[in-house]
Ligand binder design. Structure first.
Ligand code: OOG
Ligand code: MG
Length: 256
C-alpha cells in the first residue's frame, strides 16, 4: 500500500513539475479511501519540502456553493501551502508555468497563536493576527480539471499559488463583506464573504479542526486561505486580475 501511495504522489508531483495533466487516480484505483488521499497529499508535499520548500500554512477548499458547483464536489477539502507558492502582489504570473490555471478571490488569515483541534469562532479569531484580501491560483493536475473529492485531496486540493494583499486588523466584522472580481477593469463576478460557510471565520474553525485531526497545528506566521468566494476564473496571458474585498482593500496579478 505504501509503495502504491508513494507512486501516486510521485505521479502527481511530476505532473506539477512538467505542467502536464494526468488521468484521475480514482479511475485506476477506485477503492482508495479519503484517508489514502490525504496520505498521498502528505507524501507529495513531503517531496516538495525535500526540494527545499518550507511549509507556510493551509488552504481550505470547497467552502462556498459557487466553488462546489463549479467543480461538482460537495465536500470541503484542505491542502498544504509552501513558500514556493507565494506570488508577488501586483506582480506577474506566467500562464505557461501551469497546466490550466485559474484564479479565485479568497480571504487570508495570518495566525498569531498556535491553533489546533475543536475551537469556537471566538477562540479561532483570538489566534489571528490579521486578515488580508487574497487570491488563490489553482491548477488541477488532472485532465480537463475534472476530479472527485479523493482525487483533488490527493492533488493537494489543486494548490498552485497565492497572492496576498496588505494585512488588516482582524478585529472587524468579516461576515458580510462585498467581493468584486475584475479582469482588465471589467467586473466578472461579485459576491459576499458570507458565501464562505455563512461566515469566513467558520473556514478557520474547520481548518483548526482538520489540522488537529491530521495531528498538525496552525503555527504563528502561518497563512490560512478561506476557500474561493466566487467561481474560479481561467486565466489567459494579457489579463490583469484583481479581487477587492470591502474594507480590506484589493489584490491583483497580471498574467504573461
Ligand atoms: C479544488 C480546490 C478548491 C477552493 O478555494 O475552493 C479551492 C479546485 O477547485 O480545484 O481551492
Ligand atoms: Mg482556493
Amino acid at each position: 500500500m505504501n509503495a502504491l501511495l508513494t507512486g501516486l504522489a510521485d505521479r502527481l508531483d511530476d505532473a506539477l513539475l512538467k505542467h502536464k495533466a494526468v488521468p484521475q487516480i480514482t479511475i485506476e484505483h477506485p477503492t482508495l479511501s479519503l484517508a489514502d488521499a490525504y496520505a498521498i497529499q502528505s507524501l507529495l508535499v513531503h517531496r516538495r519540502l525535500q526540494r527545499g520548500e518550507r511549509r507556510m500554512g493551509m488552504k481550505m477548499g470547497l467552502t462556498s456553493r459557487a466553488k462546489m458547483q463549479q467543480v461538482g464536489v460537495n465536500e470541503m477539502s484542505w491542502g498544504r501551502l509552501t513558500n514556493a507558492m507565494l506570488l508577488e502582489e501586483g506582480g506577474l504570473v506566467a500562464r505557461d508555468a501551469y497546466i490550466h490555471p485559474r484564479l479565485e478571490p479568497e480571504l487570508a488569515f495570518l495566525i498569531g497563536k498556535p491553533l489546533s483541534g475543536i475551537v469556537t469562532a471566538a477562540q479561532a479569531l483570538a489566534a489571528v493576527d490579521g486578515v488580508a484580501p487574497a487570491m488563490e491560483l489553482i491548477d488541477s493536475r488532472y485532465r480537463d480539471f475534472k476530479f472527485t473529492l479523493n482525487d483533488v485531496v490527493a492533488d493537494n486540493s489543486s494548490s498552485a499559488g497565492l497572492v496576498i494583499g496588505s494585512w488588516c486588523s482582524a478585529e472587524q466584522d468579516l461576515t458580510n463583506l462585498g467581493v468584486v472580481l475584475e479582469v482588465n477593469g471589467r467586473v466578472i463576478d461579485t459576491a459576499s464573504t458570507a458565501a464562505i460557510l455563512g461566515n469566513p471565520v467558520r473556514s478557520l474553525v474547520a481548518a483548526a479542526r482538520l489540522a488537529g485531526e491530521a495531528g498538525e497545528t496552525l503555527h504563528p506566521g502561518d497563512i490560512i486561505m478561506s476557500g474561493g468566494i466566487t467561481a474560479a476564473h481561467t486565466i489567459s496571458p494579457g489579463e490583469t486580475v484583481r479581487a477587492t474585498l470591502q474594507n480590506l482593500g484589493f489584490v491583483s496579478i497580471s498574467v504573461t
